[in-house]
Ligand binder design. Sequence first.
Ligand code: FAD
Length: 413
Amino acid sequence: MLKELSPKAQKIKDQLTQFMDEHVYKNEAVYEQQLNDAEHRWVVPPIIEELKAKAKAEGLWNLFIDNEEYGPGLTNYEYAHLCEIMGRSLIAPEVFNCNAPDTGNMEVFMKYGTEEQKEKWLKPLLEGEIRSVFSMTEIEAASSDATNIQASITRDGDEYVINGKKWWSSGAMDPRCKVAIVMGKSDPEAETYRQQSMIIVPFDARGVEVKRYLPVFGYDHAPHGHAEVHYNNVRVPASNILLGEGRGFEIAQGRLGPGRIHHCMRAIGAAERALELMIERADGRETFGSRNIDKAVIREQIAESRIEIDSARLLTLSAAHKMDTEGNKAARKEISMTKIAAPRMCLNVIDRAIQLFGGAGVSDDTVLAAHWANARTLRIVDGPDQVHLRDIAKLEIREQLNERTSKEKEPVR
Ligand SMILES: Cc1cc2nc3c(=O)[nH]c(=O)nc-3n(C[C@H](O)[C@H](O)[C@H](O)COP(=O)(O)OP(=O)(O)OC[C@H]3O[C@@H](n4cnc5c(N)ncnc54)[C@H](O)[C@@H]3O)c2cc1C
């Protein structure tokens, strides 16, 4: 099944690897230092804008876009190889303008935006000049089932009025954040999957209130941050509705397919880096009279990690290939399987590496702790594990029973 990369994708991959070696890893500490040196951490570290300018100049920009009008036009399968490399560093996705939630929001604007919306919001996002938020999850609703979402989007003359209490709106703390895509109910009486809409809200609109930031295991993820955001009687022009009233679920489906798989690709890159660190550490340390790298138990962990990483990569690539050849809908089961397997694998591998590093593993002296915290959130975001397991089982059972029914119909020979 493994296809060779096209010469175009291979060239970008080589260039990206070189860029990471020359510019990204060594500036991770600079990024953190600049945030620490600032008056507060919700500022843009200058190094990120320098790296973005370099990456853009080299054409390593908007690599996630499969549409040649806006980006390099790579397939999901090709992008998987690049996204994995970016996942090795927590600062890398933004360097190449490939970070969530901006990627998903750009996809929404590309697919569903009017020319005016594209001009106003998509263009500066594509240029990396502004950042954005996707506000779906609510404090008071179990949001893994999006039919529970209660925020209201009510038509009033030429405007819509938005009210709701959202949280975990990633990127809301970023001083460059200028726009939110908000999901809410425009018609509570409509059929379940036609009740919700998505609407564009300029982030400086009156009534948008960023209440507090939410740390992840103590990490602030500055300067983007995740925040509780209240929308209090926010008024926007009626033309800000995306695609039309009642089309929220349709947009959510279109937005989440590729985004889910991007997280998985990055998780594979994070795991690869953890395994490299693990081997380097084991090679450099001795306990109880022998080198750690020579101990059977540690070799076993290295082997287990390699098996798990390669298995998750194959699953991810096969999902990406199916998305390319049969479409996102046909690849639903594979996407869900990947969304379960890759974060689990990543957490296992990083956990082994942390153990081998001892105290250093849980400190900020290595990237391991921050990558672990990030990977742990992946079992919750974009559909918690249990929701994906439910979907996989449903699709598997449907396939098997349909198959059995059609076999039963075959004449007995
Ligand atoms: C770091 C981070 C970033 C995020 N970024 C964003 C963002 O940018 N925009 C945004 O809108 N949201 C964002 N989220 C929110 C995230 O998408 C939600 O947390 C997720 O969808 C789960 O919703 P919930 O928190 O309301 O949990 P709930 O819906 O209350 O679910 C809680 C738990 O219930 C269990 N559960 C749910 N359904 C079932 C089932 N059918 N069977 C068995 N068990 C079940 C699962 O274990 C689940 O984890 C982010 C979250 C985090 C942690």
